[in-house]
Design a protein around this ligand. Structure first.
Ligand code: DLL
Length: 482
């Protein structure tokens, strides 16, 4: 009897202890501590640079013979350049290797650059925005693991934690944004809402009903969502966003300010491209905003080279971003010429050791040359940052007039001012003295900073096309249509 009593007391004690442990675990996981290992990986993200170089050397020296022996395109290219794969002995030898360009992917369409039989590929994506045949990219199961790991790392750097709801408004499909973010978020332990891009009514409904803390979409679509909240009189208190992970197109501080205010979140930049993997090649830390995006260089090795000569530039200087995939198996890339213009630098004050990249100024092929001056639309966007009476909705229209190329900047008035001035139509706007003064000030700033005279057309609200979920084109080049 006494023994039975003791057993009962022991059982109930055990039940109580188990309940207490369960409660503690729930509390811990509520704060995202239980899954801390999924959030931050100091052993790799804080790896001392010498060790990082050693790891990159090991990976590159394995990759070059792997590609040489498996992909006829690479064998031919290396032979033509007189490079024996074993001549690449350290990561510093990478500059001996030839570049791979988008045209090489097109020439080998669809499966010519596969390093494994097609049957070993787990997924195929295509890169966006091109005419004619798309650029094909493919992944083995191992590659998809690396992809989701680096996206999970990126989301964690952006402030996301296990258990948070993420509304993923990047397009699902051949574009790498939707599925790329999706699997990375699942890996981090988030609850993903795979809503895809567009369908603004539904986006706003779920933002209010599910109350996600994180939103992934293009910066221009985040602008659309912020503007729609105002238009529909939806108070910010109805939504619960804390983090926006925005990328897939160039954007600057003026858009960050608008989106952070309009959606009540901390917006960070995520960069990537299909040819290398997809989103999550690099990511800004939410506590180091404005200092650049960490490139996960244990997997994606970056270089910056002069856009005309292809020679490496000094740390911090601008040029074309080049990537080598160090761990991909299905369709690795050697020195892929992204055509994106930016710079890379180490930030000793940062949380991680990996190199950072600045915002993309534009793509080398998007660069306008106007009367001899190189122009990216992001330079105009930067100037808009100091013009609170104008909005961040703008477009550059380029024409060939007479013997000259002319740029017109079409920009909407800031919404508040537009309502205050009670302007009815385009003629009212053009004739308003205050609007004229704003236009002159903007034009002067452009001339002083960029060195070009541009025609400024200030328009009313909702006059300039908005993003409907995908990438927004800020440049209308009418010269190409002639
Ligand atoms: O845009 C992958 C991605 C999806 C990145 C979602 C971020 C978020 P692609 O369609 O192959 O892949 O386009 C790649 O988009 O070479 C850049 O020109 C541009 N791009 C991507 N991210 C950024 C960014 C995806 N954060 C091309 N800032 C790249 C500026 C970006 N440009």
């Amino acid at each position: 009897m006494a023994l039975q009593g003791k057993q009962k007391t022991y059982d109930s004690l055990r039940r109580n202890i188990r309940a207490v442990i369960t409660r503690i675990c729930c509390q811990i996981s509520k704060f995202g501590i239980a899954n801390l290992s999924a959030v931050f990986h100091p052993e790799i993200e804080k790896l001392p640079l010498a060790k990082l170089r050693q790891l990159q050397t090991e990976r590159l020296t394995e990759l070059v013979p792997y590609l040489y022996n498996r992909v006829p395109f690479y064998k031919k290219k290396l032979d033509e350049h007189g490079i024996h794969p074993l001549a690449i002995k350290t990561i510093d030898d990478i500059h001996l290797l030839p570049f791979t360009k988008k045209a090489d992917l097109r020439d080998n369409y669809p499966f010519g650059l596969f390093a494994v039989p097609q049957q070993e590929m787990a997924r195929i994506h295509c890169s966006s925005g091109t005419t004619g045949k798309p650029t094909v990219v493919a992944y083995t199961k191992h590659d998809l693991d690396v992809f989701s790991d680096t996206v999970a790392r990126s989301l964690a750097a952006a402030g996301c934690k296990p258990g948070m709801i993420l509304q993923n408004a990047y397009g699902y499909g051949l574009f790498t944004g939707g599925l790329g973010i999706h699997y990375g978020a699942e890996k981090l332990g988030m609850t993903v809402v795979p809503i895809s891009g567009g369908g603004t009514d539904r986006q706003l409904m779920l933002l209010q009903d599910f109350k996600p803390e994180a939103l992934c979409c293009t910066p221009s679509y985040a602008q659309t969502l912020a503007q729609e909240l105002v238009k529909r009189n939806i108070p910010l208190e109805n939504i619960n966003l804390r983090f926006g992970i925005l990328g897939a197109e160039p954007w600057t501080e003026v858009v960050r300010t608008e989106v952070e205010k309009g959606l009540g979140l901390t917006a960070t930049n995520i960069y990537g491209l299909s040819e290398i993997m997809g989103p999550g090649i690099s990511q800004e830390d939410y506590e180091e905003k404005g200092t650049g995006c960490y490139i996960w260089e244990d997997h994606y090795f970056p270089e910056i080279v002069d856009k005309d000569t292809g020679t490496p530039v000094k740390e911090g200087e601008y040029g074309v971003l080049i990537f080598t995939t160090l761990t991909k198996k299905g369709m690795p890339m050697l020195r892929y010429w992204t055509n994106d213009i930016t710079n890379i630098y180490y930030d000793k004050a940062g949380k991680r050791t990996h190199v950072k990249m600045g915002p993309i100024r534009g793509r080398a092929d998007d660069m306008l040359i106007i009367r001899g001056v190189n122009l990216f639309h992001t330079q105009v966007e930067d100037i808009l940052n100091g013009m609170p009476k104008l909005s961040a909705n703008y477009q550059l229209i380029v024409r060939h007039e007479g013997a000259m190329d002319e740029v017109e900047v079409k920009v909407e008035l800031a919404e508040q001012l537009f309502h205050e001035l009670k302007l009815e139509d385009a003629t009212d706007i053009q004739n308003d003295e205050q609007v004229k003064a704003i236009g002159h000030a903007f034009s002067k700033k452009i001339k002083d900073n960029i060195g070009l005279t541009m025609r400024i057309s200030i328009v009313g609200i909702n006059e300039i096309p908005r993003s409907e979920g995908g990438k927004l084109n800020r440049i209308v080049d009418l010269r190409k249509l002639k």
